[in-house]
Write a protein that binds this ligand. Structure first.
Ligand SMILES: Cc1ncc(COP(=O)(O)O)c(C=O)c1O
Length: 380
């Protein structure tokens, strides 16, 4: 395929490696485009750092090693114009885990957590698992984007609301919220005395040169109180290594972070740390190549969807995810229709949106082209 850097033209066979994405359809001619990881190898600089750490040969209990907090702080300052004190960073073995901690740390049983829907499924399930209540605030659509319905947000708040869980950029719609929206959210949070937890795991995957604005970088009191969750996992394909970070400005909350895990949260592993530091320090040229590829892949999806009657897909600002509305297609079960045609997307029902599917475009171009051919067949 034209313009595809060699490193993204092929990828290892993930079958037989315990890959969640590939095992679902093992032995069937169904291309898996569901779980949000990529089929590409991590950057060579990251692999080299992991090899070095393995060669050390000792893998005892490990807390944040030298360079972990500093490399993340540098990354945020350089790439997102957000200057933080490295001491505000706490390592966590995952962003989902960080969300679960905030439910326990910043809300009490039966308190309410607001979230914009459709959304990445753990946003919907984690509050209940912590005996908190998830309050869904549906996003609205404008002509070409998913946007906040401010009236719906205002109506959703109650005296029991403690948290707003923001997914920014947003999975599955791909909307990256701009400064005006973020400021308005911060004002809303201040008025209702709630804390915003901003999951910015997709913040390094902005498309077409767009800029990610970290919520907590705004000059607003609520932004200073926000908890931000980040990770190198989406951008450099390291999800299985379980290394993420929370940025918590409030000292008292940060000190109570680990205890809120109730003894159930493991420490981050030494290989995950080594990979994260290398990705933040040395992963930039790889990231830029990836972004160029993802931009082209999103355009291929737009072209394909435009030619399939009944499907629509609003262009994403960020992510490697395409959120496709199949409600006008006449298909009663779009997920089943796709699987019958040899394509395995994520089912919109899991995100609170029946009639939608989500497609992961982070695979070699040939595979994406074949996936889109199968998409057309599913709705023929
Ligand atoms: C918005 C969002 N948050 C968190 C995660 C998962 O994060 P982790 O693997 O660090 O728990 C994902 C994975 O798709 C995601 O899309």
């Amino acid at each position: 395929m034209t313009n595809q850097p060699q490193r993204f033209a092929t990828c290892p066979d993930r079958r037989g490696t315990g890959s969640e994405k590939w095992d679902r359809y093992a032995g069937r001619d169904i291309i898996p485009v569901w779980v949000a990881d990529m089929d590409f190898q991590a950057p060579p600089e990251v692999l080299a750092a992991m090899h070095d750490r393995v060669d050390h040969g000792v893998f005892g209990y490990t807390h944040e090693p030298p360079g972990f907090r500093e490399s993340l702080a540098d990354h945020l300052a350089t790439r997102h114009r957000w200057t933080i004190d490295p001491d505000t960073i706490v390592a966590t073995p995952g962003v989902v885990n960080g969300l679960a901690i905030t439910a326990r740390l910043l809300a009490r049983p039966d308190d309410e957590i607001l979230t914009f829907t459709p959304v990445y499924p753990p946003f919907l399930s984690l509050p209940g698992l912590a005996e908190r209540r998830c309050i869904r605030v549906p996003l609205a659509t404008s002509l070409d984007r998913w946007v906040i319905d401010w009236d719906a947000l205002e109506h959703a708040a109650s005296p029991r609301t403690r948290l707003l869980w923001l997914c920014h950029p947003h999975n599955p719609t791909g909307t990256a919220f701009g400064e005006d929206d973020l400021l308005r959210m911060a004002e809303f949070a201040e008025r209702h005395r709630l804390v915003i937890v901003s999951d910015e795991i997709w913040g390094d995957l902005m498309l077409d040169g767009k800029r990610h604005v970290p919520l907590a970088s705004l000059d607003h009191p609520s932004a200073k109180k926000a908890v931000t969750l980040v990770a190198p996992s989406k951008t450099w394909n390291l999800a299985g290594l379980g290394c993420a970070a929370a940025i918590v400005h409030d000292d008292a909350i940060r000190r109570r972070w680990r205890a809120a895990g109730g003894g159930l949260v493991p420490m981050v592993n030494p290989i995950g740390y080594a990979a994260a530091i290398a990705a933040w320090r040395h992963g930039e040229s790889w990231r830029q190549e990836l972004l160029a590829l993802l931009g082209r892949h999103h355009r291929l999806v737009q072209e394909a969807v435009a030619s399939i009657p009944g499907l629509t897909c609003r262009p994403a600002d960020a992510t490697y995810l395409a959120w496709i509305d199949c409600r006008e297609s006449g298909a009663i079960d779009p997920q089943a229709a796709c699987e019958a045609a040899g394509l395995g997307p994520s089912d919109g029902r899991d995100f609170g949106a029946p009639g939608f599917i989500r497609i992961n475009v982070a695979c070699p171009t040939d595979r994406l082209v074949e996936s889109l051919r199968r998409l057309a067949r599913a709705f023929a």
